[in-house]
Write a protein that binds this ligand. Sequence first.
Ligand code: TXA
Ligand code: MG
Length: 336
Amino acid sequence: MPAPESLSTRGISAYSLIPMQTIVTESVVIAAAWINRGEVVAFPTETVYGLGGDISSETSIEKIFAAKGRPSDNPLIIHVHSSEQIREVASEIPETAETFIRYFFPGPLTLILKKNKAVSPLVTAGLQTVGIRWPSHPVATEFLKRCNHPVAAPSANISGRPSSTDWEAVYDDLKGKIPCVLKGPQSTIGLESTIVDCSETHPRLLRSGAVSLESLKKYVPETIAATTQKHQQPKSPGLKYPHYSPSAQVKLCGPGFPGCKEAKKSAWIGLSAPPEGVTKTAVCQNPEEYAYKLFSFFRECDRENIEVIFCEMPPEEGIGRAIRDRLQRAAENNDG
Ligand code: TXA
Ligand code: MG
C-alpha cells in the first residue's frame, strides 16, 4: 500500500471513502437509478467492465477516482448511446471522426475529440479534448439509455491492476467501495478499446485494441500509430501509469520456450504448447481467444499464488498488437 503522502502527490482524489454495502444486480433499471442519484456503478461492456458516473455530477466523478485510487490527472472516457449524445460532449467532429463513427460505432473504439465547454474538467483532467465511446454490448446500451446523462467510466479495477473482464473480478477489487455492480456476462473482447485521437490533422492511434490499425487505415488511410519515446509525455495521460499488473512476475517469451529452470510455481499463456514443468496453462486457439482470456488468467494466477507467468508474444497484427502492448506493460511493471 502506498503511503498517504504519495497518494496526494500523485493527485489522487481526496474524496473520503466510507465502507459501504455493494449490491450485485442484473437490473439495468436499478443500476441506472444509482447513477441518476449521483452514485457510481460498475457495468459490463464488450471490452472490459467500466466504473460509471454521471458526467453532470462532479461528486460522482470524484467517487470514481476515489474508488479506483486513480490519479486525478488521468482523464475518463465518456460513454454514450446515440449520435445526439456525441454532439453533447464534443464541440467539433472532423470528417475522419465521422468516418470512424459510421464504421465502428457502436463498438470497441474510443475517439478523442475537442471537448464541449460544458464537460467538466474533472472528467478530462483539464484537457481540451474528450474521449468518447459508444459500447455495443446490449446490457451497456440498455443501461446507458436509462441514465439521464452520458456516463464517464474508466475500467472497473483498482488502478494498476488488470482490467476486470467479469463481474466477479469487479467485485473482488471494488466491494465495499461502490454501491452497485450491474452483473452481465464475461466481456467478449477482454481488452480495453482502441483509442484514436481525431483532434489533430491526422488521426493517431494512441492505444491498440480490437479495432486494429489495419482496419482503421482501411477507412482512413492517413491514420498513424503513436510513437512515444521514453522521455516524452504520452498523448494519452493514462499510458504513463503502471497497468495490467498481476502480483506474479510476467515474463515474455516466444513459441518453443523451454521453460524456467528456477523452482518457482509458474504458468503459461499463449498460442503454442506450454513448456514442461508449468503448473497452470492456457493454450489459446487464436489471438482473439488470447485477448479474451488474458486478464482473467492473470487474476486466476494471483488467486493460485503463481509466482511467474510466461506469456507468449503473438504476431504483431490485428488484435495481436493490443495483446503485445498489454503484455509489455505488465512485464515492465514487475521486472523488479
Ligand atoms: O474499453 C475501454 O476503453 C474501457 C471501457 C470501460 O470503456 N475503458 C477504459 O478506460 O479502458 P480507462 O480509463 O481504463 O482508460 C482510458 C484511457 C486512459 O489511458 C486515459 O488517459 C485515456 O484513455 N484518455 C481519456 N481521455 C483522453 C483524452 N482526452 N486524451 C487522451 N487520452 C485520453
Ligand atoms: Mg484502465
